[in-house]
Design a protein around this ligand. Sequence first.
Ligand SMILES: [Zn+2]
Length: 59
Amino acid sequence: MTTPETSAKPCPQCGKPAVTEFRPFCSARCKKVDLGKWFNESYVIPGDENVPANDENDD
Ligand SMILES: [Zn+2]
């Protein structure tokens, strides 16, 4: 009610007030960092090592 223009949530990356242009982040930098983090997390997909490779291990 007192700050209608800054009703945005704080930047999830650093906690600073988010900027409309980079919502929900405060800057392009934080946005990039967050996206990169998500990219890295989603890049490591668990389950790829679950491939049975014991074909020649017929001891
Ligand atoms: Zn930030």
